[in-house]
Ligand binder design. Sequence first.
Ligand SMILES: [Zn+2]
Length: 135
Amino acid sequence: MTDAEFEAQLARIRPLVDRWCDRLHLWDYLHELTIRYDRDGDDMTERGYRDSAGITTVWWEYKRASVIFDLSKVVELSDAMLEYVVVHEFMHIYLQQVIDAFAENRQVTDLQGAHVERTATDLAQALMWATAPST
Ligand SMILES: [Zn+2]
């Protein structure tokens, strides 16, 4: 990914991140939120997230979260799908505490993980519907 391509993807995703941080009051809700934009997926691949455009890590007990967006994956997404990905990642911030309530040693099974992903997906979709301009 060239510098120009990276900057072009940053210009797409940053306004969406800002919009949804504001809408969800994440700066108020969390004590610390780190957003990182990676140029490529090397870091995520090492962590086993080969196909994800975003990954969220939450330390709910301290109200801290980190979200990393892989701009090499973002480039492949439509504007609507990119917005959905941003909201989906932010849903993980709200979900992690309840996930850890049933996860053993903070590890979920494949099936539990699938339920988590579906819940994040449903909540993201519901929020996007709820905030869409009326037609
Ligand atoms: Zn997810």
